[in-house]
Design a protein around this ligand. Structure first.
Ligand code: PMP
Length: 443
């Protein structure tokens, strides 16, 4: 049972605390009183250092589309490891992965690789500035686009500082440069009229607009077709770049979120899935734009270095993963996602518990409230005015953890191709057990 002071995980956490602040290098993998330490994974399952088996419903926040240690990905890595790990020269492996991604994502005719989604977004933002000669980047309030200055503006603003609903003020978290705050424009999610007005107001200085089509940290909020069309139209009219952050939402469709939604951005940031479980990020766009920005033969507008960019280990893992993630695999996984969403909705009905199920394809959000989350402010308002929402989420997470299901403590599940209908039904069984046994006090 978790937590257990006698467990190996608890002991490892104590050891970690003396050498890493909070024992940790990644805030999202910490949960109190201590995170579970993992020993190994196979398919859709992981085993912790105390020998407990769980089904992994996070899949490294979407990156592991084929779960753990898929034999073809492991074999590709093993073969590559015997040849060369990294080198200051190109390899054929990067051409293969570039071909696989460009074939598939409509707005990506050419691509350049980096090592994290954060870098993918960062290069997309720099590309937008270099292409337009302008400074300002617009983002949706509360949207996560990685860990660096520009896109951390208004990630978690508070009501005292966030300004009017239809004219949000940029709020810089500590550590973020004041210049980044001043040059980041904040849009209210899905508010077409306000969004249009704000973009036009900054039109002369606007380099680009970043959009995550299925905004994960707003509860997998879907950007509406009306808002997307408005942003596409306005960026075109203002001569600014539309940037899709598909680091996460690439899972929405076989051809990525843009293929699914039929809106083609100027620049696309990618990461996670396309690296097959290895560190990756990428930026892509039309051939003309990418050559203008990055082609060293013609005096590239941007300098683009990175010791591990396109490293062959990541490239072969990514290529194997993308080959395996063909249309039937995508469609099958999306059906499993639908089975889980439908099952969770049914469970809410039969247990009479409050809740909302969101998501698309293989991404599932499960929140213990019926208050609609329409943007960052409504989400924060719900959390602040109804503390039971957070408490129930925690309680549910703990129950699931103790019944063999590892999901995100804030209510997200992301599926992998090794999962079967039986695995989804297992998750649903445990969800039912958890919902039924949650204390009356917490409700
Ligand atoms: N953008 C989005 C939408 C993300 O979800 C993430 C990571 N969760 C990133 C960017 C950053 O990717 P990475 O963690 O690989 O830097």
């Amino acid at each position: 049972m978790y937590p257990d002071k006698q467990s190996k995980s608890a002991a490892l956490y104590q050891r970690a605390l003396s050498v890493m602040p909070g024992g940790n290098s990644r805030h999202t993998v910490y949960f109190p009183p201590y995170p579970i330490y993992v020993e190994r994974g196979q398919g859709c399952r992981i085993w912790d250092v105390d020998g407990v088996e769980r089904i992994d419903c996070i899949n490294n926040y979407s990156a592991l589309i084929h779960g753990h240690c898929h034999p073809q990905i492991v074999e590709a890595l093993r073969e590559q490891a015997g040849k060369i790990l990294s080198v200051a020269l190109p390899t054929e492996a990067e051409i293969r992965l570039a071909e696989l991604v460009t074939e598939r994502v409509p707005g990506v005719e050419q691509i350049r690789f980096a090592n994290s989604g954060t870098e993918g977004v960062m290069f997309a933002v720099m590309a937008a500035r270099a292409a337009t000669g302008r400074n300002k980047i617009a983002k949706v309030e509360g949207a996560y686009h990685g860990s660096y200055d520009t896109v951390e503006v208004s990630l978690y603003p508070t009501p005292d500082a966030w300004g009017p609903d239809d004219a949000p003020q940029g709020v810089a978290p500590s550590g973020v440069h004041e210049g980044a705050r001043a040059n980041t424009i904040v849009l209210p999610a899905n508010n077409v009229e306000a969004g249009r007005r704000i973009l036009r107001q900054h039109g002369d200085d606007l380099a680009g607009v970043t959009i995550d089509p299925l905004t994960k940290n707003l509860g997998f909020l879907r950007v509406t077709p009306e808002f997307l069309s408005m942003v596409r139209e306005e960026t075109r009219a203002l001569g600014a770049m539309l940037i899709f952050d598909e680091v996460y939402s690439f899972r929405m469709g076989f051809n990525g979120a843009q293929g699914e939604l039929g809106v083609i951005p100027d620049l696309t940031a990618l990461g996670k899935v396309i690296g097959g479980g290895m560190p990756i990020g990428a930026v892509g766009g039309s051939r003309a734009l990418m050559e203008d920005l990055f082609d060293p033969r013609g005096g590239a507008k941007l300098s683009h270095g990175g010791t591990f960019n396109a490293n062959p280990m990541t490239m072969v893992a990514g290529a194997a993963a993308m080959e395996l993630y063909d249309r039937p695999a995508h469609d099958r996984l999306a059906r499993l996602g639908e089975r889980l969403r439908a099952g969770l909705r049914e469970l809410l009905k039969i247990t009479g518990r409050p809740g909302t199920v969101t998501g698309a394809a293989s991404m599932v959000g499960f929140f213990h409230t019926e208050s609609p989350i329409t943007d960052y402010r409504s989400m924060l308002h719900t959390m602040m005015t109804d503390p039971s929402v957070g408490r129930l989420a925690n309680e549910f997470f703990r129950h699931m953890l103790n019944h063999g299901v590892y999901m995100a403590n804030h209510g997200f599940m992301v599926l992998s191709t090794p999962m079967t209908e039986a695995d989804i039904d297992f998750i649903l069984d445990k969800a039912e057990l958890s919902l039924r046994s949650m204390s009356a006090e917490a409700a």
